[in-house]
Ligand binder design. Sequence first.
Ligand SMILES: O=P(O)(O)OC[C@H]1O[C@H](O[C@H]2O[C@H](CO)[C@@H](O)[C@H](O)[C@H]2O)[C@H](O)[C@@H](O)[C@@H]1O
Ligand code: MG
Length: 248
Amino acid sequence: MNDAFELTPRDWKDWALFLDIDGTLLDLAPTPDAVLVPSTLPAVLNGLSRRLSGALALISGRELAAIERLFPEMRDAAGAHGAQWRLNGRGMDGIDGWPRSLADEVAARAAAIAGVLVERKACSLSLHYRDNLPLADTIHALAEDVVRRSPHPLRLLHGKAVVELIPDAAGKGRAIERFMAEPAYRGRIPVFVGDDVTDEEGFASVNRLGGISIHVGGGRPTAARFHLSDPETVRRWLARLNDLPRGA
Ligand SMILES: O=P(O)(O)OC[C@H]1O[C@H](O[C@H]2O[C@H](CO)[C@@H](O)[C@H](O)[C@H]2O)[C@H](O)[C@@H](O)[C@@H]1O
Ligand SMILES: [Mg+2]
């Protein structure tokens, strides 16, 4: 796969940049709350957003409230794998149909299993088992049971030591496509950087749109056409782009 580090927009009007958070911008940590935002990263993201005239969005499995806590100055984001939206600092319509009472039930059942961390979100749910990796099958079966019984269509995503329940209509590919229809993004080349299996829909979308898909890490098949080795390299690449002359 091609190294993405030397990729540079010919003109700042060319690119729309979509960035995953965990495992891409930020190093993975033992728990969701333990991640650290490197001190120089917010200024780099703000600088790039300005250069791109606002065509930069965070596309994360985290809910919007958590994204805002980590990156308060970022104005565009899709949270919960696209089930939530924020454009130009304002919330937009999300996706309806989150079975709150079923989510309460699965959260209670999972919380009773030693080594599982339940992350409740506005319209999705993550069951983390980083502390007890052999629990993967048990957690998967629990989540499948909820999907079967849900009055609203749901689906499961298998991320890094996590099973996530999201509304069926959500997904990072659709999130990117929705941004690409907005005036600040329209007509640009979508560039999506992500690390996980849950980012594959995003890679497929940008490939379809003639964009640039960049996988962070390695060790598994991916639809991405470019590669960066780890979040530290992603941050160095973004800093390099941000240091380019404004007229690049
Ligand atoms: O789409 P992303 O921005 O990559 O978010 C995916 C999930 O990331 C978080 O969980 C993952 O990162 C944690 C912190 O490093 C780690 O402890 C956990 O094992 C990972 O699965 C986040 O907590 C989830 O809500 C996101 O959906
Ligand atoms: Mg990620």
